[in-house]
Design a protein around this ligand. Structure first.
Ligand SMILES: [Zn+2]
Length: 227
């Protein structure tokens, strides 16, 4: 682990969704390439995909499905956004997703300020996004929240303070979130590389080493792998 990864790991009990949702209501969900061609085709339809997530949560008596860091996914194959260059398909997810009901509160895991926000429109895109900037214990980094509600970016300004455990956004519905089943995309970013209100959440095989280094595994904060 790097010094920064150690710092993240030493932070205790980090959550980014409504604190009233008990940890026993979280279940890991695998959206990797193990999905068969048949189910992939089926899940290309957003309503089918949403029903798949709802059913998965219900079967597991859960309210939140989590996971997806460094996960190779086929579910991006039908989006032009991720396939603009045939030779460099972007299909590796480098954030961490929380599949939960639209409207679920998003809370800040660490004190920070609003660095930037935007409405990244279009099929398969983030929809409303907020990036928080954090400076703590000699570390300087960012956290990105994607697929939010429009309300989340309505009354905020760059530089707004957001305290740890403060509810500052909510999960968006498909109509605004890029037409996905409702979920939060969370990502830790060391160097924003000049981005503003946006940062790649999916990358190609060729760029993976760079992104894994610049975007450490959020499970260092959540520690779900230790449950
Ligand atoms: Zn995501």
């Amino acid at each position: 682990m790097t010094v920064f990864e150690n710092y993240l790991y030493d932070l205790q009990k980090i959550r980014v969704l409504d604190n009233n949702i008990h940890v026993s209501k979280y279940v890991q969900i695998d959206l990797s390439e193990q999905l068969t061609d048949h189910s992939r085709k089926f899940l290309e339809d957003r309503h089918n995909f949403e029903a798949y997530i709802d059913n998965f949560l219900e079967t597991n008596k859960a309210l939140v499905g989590y996971g997806g860091y460094n996960e190779r996914r086929t579910l991006y194959k039908h989006h032009d956004l991720f396939n603009d260059d045939e030779t460099e398909e972007r299909n590796i997810h480098i954030g961490y997703d929380f599949w939960a009901k639209g409207g679920t509160a998003v809370i800040a895991p660490i004190d920070g300020i609003v660095h930037s926000f935007d409405y990244n429109t279009g099929e398969g895109n983030y929809g409303p996004t907020i990036i928080l900037e954090h400076k703590a214990d000699g570390h300087h980094f960012y956290t990105l929240y994607g697929h939010l509600s429009l309300d989340s970016i309505e009354d905020i300004e760059i530089g707004d303070q957001v305290g740890r455990n403060q509810s500052f956004a909510t999960i968006g519905e498909p109509a605004v979130n890029g037409n996905y089943a409702p979920h939060l995309h969370f990502q830790i970013i060391i160097d924003l590389e000049g981005n503003f209100g946006d940062y790649p959440g999916v990358c190609s095989e060729k760029d993976l080493p760079h992104y894994l280094k610049n975007c450490p595994d959020p499970d260092l904060l959540f520690k779900f792998s230790e449950l």
